[in-house]
Design a binder for this molecule. Structure first.
Ligand SMILES: *Cc1c(COP(=O)(O)O)cnc(C)c1O
Length: 222
């Protein structure tokens, strides 16, 4: 199937509240252009250098979302144009994004990455760490970022019960944070979860962004 057909199939499955981030990492600009010509505007990338190359060659009305682990020393390169940063996993990174966004005269929407999967990873806040950071309130002084929601990845498993349990945990946590810290902040509204193999389960649990790569663009070579 071609990219356009697959995109249309996926979009037909998404409820109104859910938007598609087409994850184009490791795929060439030509593949992105094909999706763009089919009407797709939001693309997800996970490496700064690769994103820079694509940003420079592709149409300027693309909304680029950074979905990977972002190093603080690379924030400055993407701050002038990035539409959303999905995987903020420390207060230090949030502070740096704020600084670079201020320099660029922008406010950058950020999602906090919450670690829900059973796999070990260095990245993401535990729910406890996330609450601890928000309780400190110094994030409220960061005027050039908005905390727009949370993001997570389920365990890479065939066990749908486990995956649903994790998405349900994230959904509950999202609502808890909303009522505790962001009840008056309408910008906090995004729940980014669901990938090629599990997005059907994610949309059942209120996902507002699904991040789908291989289903659209095929197997990545990396
Ligand atoms: C690569 C990646 C995706 C897309 O994964 P697919 O299985 O190819 O759909 C989604 N989210 C993140 C954070 C990724 O790194």
């Amino acid at each position: 199937m071609d990219i356009k057909t697959i995109l249309n199939e996926i979009k037909a499955e998404l409820p109104e509240r859910t938007r598609l981030v087409a994850v184009s990492k490791f795929h060439p600009a030509e593949a992105i252009k094909e999706a763009y010509d089919a009407g797709q505007r939001i693309f997800g990338e996970s490496k700064v250098q690769e994103l820079e190359n694509k940003y420079n060659t592709l149409p300027k009305d693309i909304e680029w979302h950074f979905i990977g682990h972002l190093q603080t020393n690379k924030v400055k390169y993407i701050a002038p144009y990035i539409s959303m940063i999905h995987a903020v996993d420390s207060f230090k990174l949030l502070t740096e994004i704020n600084k670079q966004a201020a320099k660029a005269g922008r406010t950058i929407p950020c999602l906090l990455e919450i670690h829900i999967a059973q796999e070990e990873t260095k990245f993401g806040f535990s729910p406890e760490e996330c609450v601890e950071m928000l309780e400190k309130e110094n994030w409220k002084e960061l005027k050039n970022i908005s905390i727009s929601g949370i993001m997570g990845m389920a365990t890479n498993t065939d066990d749908e019960t486990e995956i649903e349990k994790e998405f349900s945990t994230l959904e509950t946590f999202f609502h808890e944070l909303k009522s505790r810290f962001f009840a008056d902040d309408e910008r906090f509204k995004e729940l980014s979860m669901g990938m090629s193999e599990d997005y059907h389960l994610a949309i059942k649990h209120g996902s507002t962004f699904v991040r789908i790569g291989s289903k659209i663009f095929g197997i990545r070579n990396y």
